[in-house]
Design a protein around this ligand. Structure first.
Ligand code: C5P
Length: 211
């Protein structure tokens, strides 16, 4: 499951995994965890070489239960801190560093290799699991995505969210390594006018068709 921020990837992926009794992996949480660690270490995130030099150090562990996904860095539960504004603002720069991607993609493939799973991210269909049974590219209008995100983040306005998301999506789509793009063979689903249950039902239909 790939798509820009606020397209509904997490809710849809978790719902699909739950319905099918599968594991679930939020790859964005891994990039966020790496970013949280870099910020804590005081690494200069404007310096890709500095990020590359340190990205092998943190131990990042993801729990794959769709009812209670977890993320730990060196044994510390970072599920809360990785959603903070400072991490959100910095994550695209860290995720653009090729060495970071090589390391996290390897971890993601290791987890995906041990059985059926729903992965969500930006490069799942193109890079992490190009042979996935079902590839979905979720989209929604910029306004709908900003509305959803601002409902999740206390004290934020739709306009501010829309601006921040546009900045992050532009960085994610134009970076040199593994940019956000629709994979060959992916089905594009525009969720703007659909309820969460409708999107989940559509993905389950695709899975039933192809499995
Ligand atoms: O999905 P989420 O918005 O939490 O992802 C945070 C950031 O992590 C994205 O903006 C993107 O920069 C990066 N990311 C990525 N590749 C993925 C998942 C996330 O580059 N597969």
């Amino acid at each position: 499951m790939d798509g820009p921020s606020g397209s509904g990837k997490s809710s849809v992926s978790r719902g699909v995994a739950r319905a099918l009794g599968l594991r679930y992996l939020d790859t964005g949480a891994m990039y966020r965890a790496m970013t949280w660690w870099m910020l804590r270490q005081g690494v200069d995130l404007a310096d890709p070489a500095a990020v590359a030099a340190r990205c092998g150090e943190p131990r990042i562990e993801s729990g794959t239960d769709p009812d209670a996904p977890t993320i730990h860095v060196d044994g510390v539960d970072v599920a809360g801190p990785i959603r903070e504004a400072a991490v959100t603002a910095a994550v695209s720069a860290v995720a653009a560093v090729p060495e970071v991607r090589v390391r996290l993609v390897a971890l993601q493939r290791e987890i995906a290799g041990t059985g059926d799973i729903v992965l969500e991210g930006r490069d799942i269909g193109t890079v992490v699991c190009p042979d996935a049974t079902v590839k979905v590219y979720l989209t929604a209008s910029a306004e709908a995505r900003a509305r959803r995100r601002s409902a999740e983040v206390a004290g934020s306005t739709v306009a501010a969210q829309q601006e921040a998301m546009a900045r992050r999506d532009a960085l994610d789509s134009t970076r040199k390594t593994d940019p956000l793009s629709m994979a060959a063979g992916a089905v594009e689903l525009d969720t703007t006018a659909l309820s969460l249950d409708e999107v989940i039902a559509e993905v389950l239909r695709l899975v039933a068709e192809r499995r």
